[in-house]
Design a protein around this ligand. Structure first.
Ligand code: ADP
Ligand code: MG
Ligand code: ZN
Length: 660
C-alpha cells in the first residue's frame, strides 16, 4: 500500500542508496503472490511479512522482530521455496522443528531436520541429498532444520554446507528463537524461565549461539535472517556482533548495505487480556477455571500454564474430574518423554484434548491456530499468551491471580534481582483493576527499554516516533463495569498490618503472607506461627501454651476479608512498605516471608502512613445465605474459614520448575 520506490528492481536499487521493501513492484512480486497462494494457501501478507520477504529475495541480512503468532515462519519459508537452493533454519526448540517440518511436508515442501536424535544413516542420506541437489530424479531439499549444537559441533554438516555453497545453492541461514541469548531482558514473562535461562541454559546455549559467528566467516556471501519475538534495544547490538551482521537500517528505507531491520507492532487486537480472581482454596480455584472454560469456550482449545510439573498434573486431573470428563485434559512439561509429548501434541491438534495443562516447556514454537483461551498462574503471561489466537480470531488471555501466588513466585525469583523486579511488574499488572492492559504492557516495554511504547501501535519501523498508546477497548479493565470494583481508603488497615509485621519482627518471628493476613484479621494461633526451623515451635508461655498474638496491641483486628487482606499486603509490598525475603536456602516455595522495609520501622510508630487506597473486586452477592455466627465485619467471600493447612496445595519438593 505504500508508494513504490523509484528503484523497484533488485540489483539496481541496491546500488542506489535506499530501497523500499514494502512494495509489490519487484520483478519477483507476482511469483511471490502466486506461491503464497499455491503453496501456503494464503491470500495476503500480514504485518511486515511482505517487506521481510522482499528483502530476503534481495539477498539481504535481516533482523525481524514480530510478535509470537505474527507469522515469522512464512518470511523465510516462502523465499525458501522460490527459485532453487537450500535454506538452513537453526532453532534450539525441538517442538518448533517438529511442528514446522510436519506442516511443510503436509503442503508438499521438501524439508528435513537434523537433531541429536537423527540416526547416522538418516544423516548420510540427508548429506547426500544436500550435496546432490535436484539431481538423479531426487527432489531438492529446500529447508533443513538444525539445532545450534548441530551447527557448532558437526564438522560434517559444515563441510556439506561448504560443498552446497560452492555449487551456489546455499541460499540463506535463518536463526530463530534468539531470546535464548537474551535471557536477562525478557518481556513481562516467565520469571522461572528467565531464572533458569540465566543460571543454566545461559551457560549451555550461549556458547553454541556464539559459535554461530562462524557462519559469516565461513559463508560471507550467504545472507542471514534472524527472527525473534523478543529482542531488546540493549541486546540488538549483541546479536549483530555475535552473528557478525552489519549495522542495521530501517526496513522502510533500507540502505544499500548493512542489515535490514523489521519489526511489527506487538499488540494483537484479537487477544483479550483479563485478570480474574483465583480463589484461595485449591478446589474452588479448579471449579472457577472449569466454570470459566465451560461458560466461555466449551469444547474449544486452550492452554493452562502452571507453575510446576506437579501443578500441571494436579490441575489436569482435577479439571477432568470436576467436569466429569467433559473437559479433556493433557499434561505437558519437561519431565514428559519426547514421544509422549509428540503424542499429546497431536491429540491436542486434532481436538481429542481440549486443554493442555503445561509448564512453559509447552508452546514454544507450537503452531495451532485455534487456541481460544488460556489461563495461567502468574508466570510468563505476555510471552505465553502470544500462543493464543494465532489464527487471528478473538481469544482470551486470562490470568487467574491471587496474592498467594506472589509469595510463591517470589521465592522462585529469590537471588535474582532482575527477576524479582519483573515479578513486581507482574504483580502490579495483576493487582491493577483500572489501567488498560495494552497501556500497561506498552508502559512496561518502554520502561524496560525493550522497544518504544509506540511499538504497540506504530507501523513496522524501527525509528517510529513516540506517541501515546491508546486504550484497547477490549481488555477487562476497559470493559469493566464500574460497579465491579471498589476503591477503599485502607490507611488504618495498612497501618495495622505494618504494626503486626513490626511486632513479629521485634520478637524475631517471621510471617508469610498467610500468617500476616491471619494475624491482622485476628485469626491464626501463635504469634510465631512461623516457618521453618526453630520458629515452627513458636514461642511458648511458661505453662507450655503457645503465646498468642494480642490483636488489641495494634488496636484490634482489621475489617477485611482474606482475599482483600492478601491484596492489600501485596499492595503494601508494591508501595515499598513491606519487602519479601526468603528464609533459608532450602526454600519451600510458600515460605517467602514478609518484613518491613528498614526505612519504615519508625515511620509507623504512632500514626498511619500516608493515605493508602486500594482497589478491590466488589463483593459478590451471595446466592445462599450461610450461617455466619460471628460478626459480619469481614466482608469475606469465603463461606467459612478454612485454615490454610487444609487448602494449600502440597508445594512439592520445593524446586521451582525449571524448564528449557
Ligand atoms: P510466529 O513464528 O511469528 O510465532 P507463525 O509463523 O508460526 O508465527 O505463524 C502463526 C500462524 O499464522 C500460522 O498458523 C500461520 O499459518 C499463520 N499465518 C502466517 N502468515 C499468514 C498470513 N499472511 N495470512 C494468514 N495466516 C498467516
Ligand atoms: Mg514461529
Ligand atoms: Zn484495554
Amino acid at each position: 500500500s505504500r508508494p513504490a520506490n523509484d528503484n523497484t528492481t533488485v540489483g539496481t536499487s541496491i546500488q542506489q542508496g535506499t530501497t523500499n521493501y514494502h512494495t509489490t513492484s519487484f520483478v519477483f512480486s507476482p511469483q511471490i503472490l502466486q506461491k503464497l497462494k499455491s503453496t501456503f494457501g494464503l491470500n495476503s501478507f500480514r504485518l511486515c511479512q511482505e517487506g521481510v520477504i522482499n528483502a530476503a529475495m534481495d539477498g539481504r541480512d535481516i533482523v525481524c522482530v514480530m510478535p509470537t503468532g505474527g507469522g515469522k515462519s512464512l518470511t523465510y519459508q516462502l523465499p525458501a521455496v522460490m527459485g532453487s537452493g537450500l535454506t538452513v533454519v537453526i532453532s534450539p526448540l525441538l517442538a518448533l522443528i517438529w511442528d514446522q517440518v510436519r506442516a511443510l511436508k503436509e503442503i508438499g515442501v521438501e524439508c528435513v531436520m537434523m537433531t541429536g536424535a537423527t540416526s547416522t544413516s538418516e544423516q548420510n542420506t540427508i548429506y547426500e541429498r544436500m550435496k546432490n541437489g535436484a539431481s538423479r530424479g531426487e527432489k531438492e531439499i529446500r529447508l533443513c532444520y538444525v539445532t545450534p549444537e548441530k551447527v557448532s559441533k558437526s564438522k560434517r554438516l559444515i563441510s556439506t554446507l561448504e560443498k552446497v555453497n560452492e555449487n551456489g545453492r546455499l541460499r540463506r541461514f535463518v536463526i530463530g528463537k534468539l531470546k535464548i541469548m537474551d535471557c536477562t531482558t525478557y518481556m513481562l514473562t516467565s520469571y522461572i524461565d528467565e531464572a533458569h535461562c540465566c543460571s543454566q541454559l545461559g551457560h549451555d546455549f550461549r556458547p553454541d549461539y556464539k559459535k554461530l559467528s562462524m557462519l559469516k566467516t565461513l559463508f560471507p556471501r550467504v545472507p542471514i535472517q534472524a527472527v525473534t519475538a523478543t529482542l531488546s534495544s540493549k541486546t540488538l547490538p549483541d546479536l549483530l556482533k555475535i552473528l557478525r551482521l552489519g549495522p542495521i537500517t530501517d526496513g522502510n528505507s533500507a540502505k544499500s548495505s548493512g542489515t535490514v531491520f523489521f519489526s511489527a507492532p506487538l499488540f494483537r487486537p484479537n487477544l483479550h487480556y483479563k485478570v480474574l480472581p483465583k480463589p484461595s482454596n485449591a478446589k474452588m480455584a479448579i471449579s472457577a477455571m472449569g466454570q470459566w472454560i465451560q461458560d466461555n469456550h466449551p469444547g474449544q482449545s486452550g492452554i493452562i500454564y502452571c507453575l510446576s510439573k506437579k501443578d500441571a498434573e494436579t490441575v489436569a486431573d482435577e479439571l477432568r474430574d470436576w467436569s466429569n470428563g467433559d473437559i479433556k485434559t493433557g499434561v505437558y512439561h519437561a519431565g514428559i518423554e519426547d514421544y509422549e509429548k509428540e503424542r499429546i501434541h497431536v491429540k491436542w491438534r486434532e481436538g481429542r484434548i481440549n486443554v493442555i495443562c503445561a509448564t512453559i516447556a509447552f508452546g514454544l514454537g507450537i503452531d495451532k491456530g485455534d487456541v481460544r483461551y488460556m489461563s495461567k498462574s502468574l508466570e510468563g503471561y505476555y510471552q505465553e499468551t502470544g500462543r493464543a489466537g494465532r489464527d487471528g480470531a478473538n481469544s482470551d488471555c486470562v490470568l487467574f491471580y491471587r496474592g498467594q501466588d506472589a509469595a510463591r513466585l517470589s521465592s522462585l525469583t529469590y537471588a535474582d534481582v532482575e527477576g524479582s523486579g519483573k515479578l513486581q511488574e507482574m504483580l502490579k499488572f495483576a493487582q491493577d483493576l483500572k489501567t488498560c492492559r495494552k497501556v500497561a504492557f506498552a508502559k512496561y516495554f518502554s520502561a524496560s527499554a525493550h522497544l518504544s511504547a509506540s511499538a504497540w501501535d506504530a507501523p513496522d519501523t524501527l525509528s517510529s516516533s513516540s506517541g501515546t498508546t491508546s486504550t484497547c477497548g477490549i481488555c477487562d479493565n476497559c470493559t469493566r463495569n464500574p460497579g465491579s470494583i471498589i476503591s477503599k481508603d485502607v490507611t488504618i488497615e495498612a497501618w495495622k498490618i505494618l504494626k503486626v509485621t513490626r511486632a513479629v519482627q521485634t520478637e524475631q518471628g517471621r510471617v508469610t503472607l498467610t500468617n500476616l493476613s491471619d494475624l491482622a484479621r485476628g485469626l491464626g494461633g501463635g504469634m510465631f506461627n512461623v516457618i521453618g526451623g526453630e520458629g515452627r515451635k513458636g514461642k511458648r508461655k511458661a505453662n507450655g501454651e503457645k503465646e498468642k498474638f494480642d490483636i488489641n496491641s495494634i488496636g484490634g483486628k482489621i475489617a477485611l476479608g482474606k482475599d482483600d487482606t492478601e491484596t492489600l499486603i501485596i499492595h503494601l509490598l508494591l508501595l515499598g512498605y513491606l519487602q519479601d525475603y526468603n528464609v533459608n536456602v532450602y526454600i519451600i516455595p510458600s515460605d517467602t516471608a514478609f518484613r518491613l522495609t528498614r526505612l519504615r520501622l519508625e515511620d509507623i510508630e504512632d500514626r498511619p502512613p500516608v493515605k493508602i487506597e486500594c482497589i478491590f473486586p466488589a463483593p459478590k452477592v451471595k446466592k445462599t445465605k450461610t450461617k455466619r455466627g460471628k460478626e459480619g465485619d469481614g466482608a469475606d467471600e469465603d463461606d467459612k474459614e478454612v485454615s490454610e493447612a487444609d487448602v494449600e496445595d502440597d508445594e512439592g519438593e520445593g524446586d521451582g520448575e525449571h524448564e528449557e
